[in-house]
Structures are given as C-alpha cells and as structure tokens.
Write a protein that binds this ligand. Structure first.
Ligand code: ATP
Length: 239
C-alpha cells in the first residue's frame, strides 16, 4: 500500500439494515463499524446470509441503510438521495459481479466503450482490456470467450473510468481455479498499479491470503478483522 494507506476511504458508523418482507423482518446488518483505507485490498468472508453483499451494496450506493451513517471520504452517503447516489456511483465506483453482464451482441472493446463513452476521464477501452491481459481478444464477442475472459472484460469495463473503488461480489464464483486465478491476478494488478481500493466478497477462504485485510462477517456483524503480514500472489492460491 502507498503512503496514503491510513486515510480512510470509507467509514461506517453503526450501520443497520432491516429488510421487511411481509410480517418477517431480516436484520441483514446489525451495527457495523468499519473503516476501509486508500489502496487496500480487503476480502470479506462469512457464511451465506451474514450481510456481506448488503454492506457492499451500501458502500457502492446501490442501497440505503435503515440506521447508521456511511462516509466516502468527506461525502456522507447516508445524506444523499437517489440522484446523489447515482452521481457518486458514476464518478467513483466500479462494480464486478459474479455474472459478467456483458452485452452479447457487442465485442469486448464495444462492451468497455459503453462505459468510456459516458465517463468523465476514462482510459481508452483498448488500454483497459490490455491491463487485464486481453490485448488479443478485443474484437471477440462474449460467446467466443471463456468465463474468465468474460469476467476480465467486466473488470476492464469497471476500471476504464478510473474509479477510486472497485467492489467485487463473488468475482470468481462461477469460475474454475485456472480462470479464477487469472481474474484475481487482474484485480491484484489494478490494486497494485493504481491503488484502487478493492473489496472482494468470496466464499473461497483461500482468496483471503492475497488481501491486505480480511473482514469476517457473522449474523450481520463483523466478528473479526485480520491483517495479512504475508500476502501471497494469486498464482499461489490453491482452490
Ligand atoms: N432484498 C432483500 N429482501 C429481503 N431480504 C434480503 C434482501 N437482500 C438480502 N436479504 C437478506 O439479508 C440477509 C443478508 O443477505 P446478504 O446477501 O447481505 O448476505 P451475504 O453474506 O452476502 O450472503 P451470500 O454469501 O449468500 O451472498 C439474508 O438473510 C438475506 O436473505
């Protein structure tokens, strides 16, 4: 991490999220206090239903809290309405999900251009694709690429607008180990090179070994935070 490593990018104070479905209330988050720092790669682990995606969606401005406060640097996200959150997402956040959500009728380059055409200061689509190792695949359609390659197109699309934050929900969930490692290498490289604060949710506990910090969830709360003194390269991760 760089010198700015101890500047919080995100700070949450007592966030609670309650989903009410009919008469049933689910407390997805139950008082989460967390800081995430500039340039760090954090892995979120925890059982299914423990609140990881709910937290990621709140940090990414895709969802509202029920209670508590969230800041992105000096900007209080919990003060923003839908338009403010849309602007925040557009200007600062890249998302990567388990399923790549590429447009099947567009090539890799054109999928990335969907974002670069509307972003404020994007990198060229070709440069974003080269960063994830897809120089030779720019004119391929999604159906002509492996799952790992499609996910790397999705990563190129997410980083082409040079976001400060990259939020990844199960980015390797649909991949075998070899293609999954290529995806993790792309994430690691972007984090190293640009200092993009990167949050990765995974069910594969081995992935925690490439993180600066590992944040464990249990029943809507953070149960433990570990710092990694010896990070390993994605290629050393066994699946
Ligand atoms: N839109 C929703 N409506 C109702 N309940 C929801 C909604 N989204 C999430 N939940 C509930 O909130 C709890 C936390 O869900 P969340 O998706 O954050 O967990 P998670 O740790 O990401 O799980 P997984 O690892 O399975 O993705 C779960 O009990 C879930 O069923």
């Amino acid at each position: 991490m760089k010198d700015s490593a101890d500047l919080p990018v995100f700070r949450t104070e007592g966030i609670t999220k309650v989903y009410a479905t009919g008469a049933v209330e689910v407390r997805a988050l139950d008082g989460v206090d967390l800081e995430l720092f500039t340039g760090e790669l954090a892995v979120l682990l925890g059982p299914s239903g423990s609140g990881k995606s709910t937290l990621l969606n709140i940090l990414g401005g895709l969802d509202h809290v029920t209670d508590g406060r969230v800041w992105f640097r000096d900007l209080e996200l919990t003060d923003l309405g839908d338009r403010g959150l849309t602007r925040y997402r557009r200007d600062h956040v890249g998302f990567v999900f388990q399923f790549y959500n590429l447009v099947p009728s567009l090539t890799a380059r054109e999928n990335v251009q969907l974002v670069t055409d509307v972003a404020r200061d994007p990198m060229p689509a070709d440069e974003a694709l080269a960063l994830v190792g897809l120089h030779a695949r720019m004119d391929h359609f999604p159906s002509e690429m492996s799952g790992g390659e499609q996910q790397r197109v999705a990563i190129a699309r997410a980083i082409a607008k040079r976001p400060e934050i990259l939020l990844c929900d199960e980015p390797t969930g649909a991949l075998d180990s070899q293609t999954g490692i290529q995806v993790l290498e792309a994430l690691r490289q972007i984090n190293d090179r640009f200092g993009t604060t990167t949050v990765v949710i995974t069910h594969n506990a081995e992935i925690r070994r490439m993180a600066h910090r590992v944040i464990y969830f249990q029943d809507g709360r953070i149960s433990r935070v570990e710092r990694n003194d010896h990070r390993i390269a994605p290629s050393e991760i066994s699946w």
